[in-house]
Ligand binder design. Structure first.
Ligand SMILES: Nc1ncnc2c1ncn2[C@@H]1O[C@H](COP(=O)(O)OP(=O)(O)OP(=O)(O)O)[C@@H](O)[C@H]1O
Ligand SMILES: [Mg+2]
Length: 339
């Protein structure tokens, strides 16, 4: 591992649904972006901890004030508890990466493309006291940097709260090279829940169950097999078929993602458009939806054809990219944070 020994360099992907950290000491950790505090004295006695994170927080949610503090990729504004939750989450991620005694922490944090200006202040406040130096970058740029896709490429990062686009021209991307949409994983979940409820009025399920069904059975185009899931109907476990609902919910991404992809492509210098079309990379959890790349390639056929491929490591692509930036960045690119 490279980097100065008195400094631990870390790349952090602060996501709506999952946050990951990659550190220069080799540590890699991912945690679902939930933070929960016990609601009262009884809950505290049951969970035996002052604060819970990730899956453990989700599983104990009836006893917790549960926060998912990064809705739409931003720190929810005006909520002190959400700001505290982001700080605790960052602190937790950094503690998982085990900095040694007295080691300074230099953190590159990835946020959605268009959120950069809005969230900078909130993020800086959250990182203060947790890291010693900070660099905020757009998430798709971090992904591009991590896989060395710096020239004539387009990254489409389909997360939970946002889908972030970035065209790489061999230099830091500008605002014109980037776009953010709120059609992403969470909006698929919401639509899927509504579609199922419309068809089966008597079934009961939570949004967490819907998300799990999607992560197991998502697809666009033709399904490999019919999708059926078990749900309680009037308290009795019952199998229901949700193939059409799954298809419609997942395909709701196609129109907005295609439109933005084609719009960004049309703004690339004409002589490079062909190369960018052949180098489109899907990142984020949504990149795992079977058939999505093919459907986008179909849309590209009308403008000369192109190639869309999913990234190989969707969980750590953003944080690995952040770490690569942290290790390469010159001193003047860092913002020093006084404790
Ligand atoms: N196999 C899958 N099929 C469909 N969706 C999936 C799959 N695996 C994960 N997802 C979805 O991907 C999303 C999470 O992706 P990711 O971890 O990239 O998001 P995030 O970084 O937390 O969010 P954001 O970037 O918007 O802040 C969730 O909506 C999750 O349900
Ligand atoms: Mg993300």
């Amino acid at each position: 591992m490279s980097g100065r020994r008195d400094v631990l360099h870390v790349g952090i992907d602060l996501g709506t649904s999952r946050s990951s950290i990659s550190a220069s000491n080799g540590a890699r950790h991912v945690v679902e972006s939930y933070v929960g505090w016990p609601v009262d004295m009884v809950a505290k006695k049951v969970v035996k901890k002052p604060i819970l994170f990730g899956r453990e927080a989700l599983e104990n949610r009836p006893m917790l004030n549960l926060h998912r503090p990064l809705e739409r990729g931003l720190i929810k504004e005006g909520s002190e508890k959400d700001e505290a939750a982001v700080r605790e989450l960052l602190k937790y991620l950094i503690s998982l990466s085990s900095p040694s005694e007295g080691q300074r922490v230099h953190a590159v944090v990835g946020v959605p493309a268009e959120a950069l200006r809005v969230s900078r202040l909130h993020l800086r406040a959250a990182v203060k006291g947790v890291a010693d130096a900070l660099m905020i970058v757009s998430e798709p740029f971090a992904v591009a940097y991590g896989i060395d896709a710096l020239l004539h490429t387009m990254i489409i990062d389909i997360g939970a709260g946002t889908t972030d686009f970035c065209v790489m021209n061999g230099r830091y991307p500008t605002e014109d090279d980037q776009r953010t949409l709120t059609s992403a994983g969470d909006s698929i979940d919401e639509q899927l829940a509504t579609l199922i409820r419309n068809k089966h009025a008597d079934v009961s399920f939570s949004i967490h169950m819907v998300r799990e069904w999607k992560e197991k059975h998502s697809f666009v185009g033709q399904p490999d097999a019919p999708v059926s899931v078990m749900v309680p109907v009037s308290g009795r476990p019952t199998q229901i078929d949700i193939t059409n609902e799954m298809k419609r919910a997942c395909e709701s991404l196609l129109a907005p993602v295609t439109e933005t992809m084609l719009d960004l492509l049309s703004r690339v210098e004409p002589e490079y458009q062909e190369r960018v079309r052949q180098n489109i990379i899907l990142a984020g959890g949504g990149s795992q939806i079977p058939g999505l790349g093919k459907a986008l390639e179909k849309a590209l056929a009308d403008v000369g054809g192109g190639r869309v491929r999913p990234i190989t490591d969707p969980i750590f692509a953003g944080s690995n990219g952040g770490l690569a930036i942290a290790l390469d960045a010159p001193a003047e690119d860092w913002e020093q944070l006084a404790a």
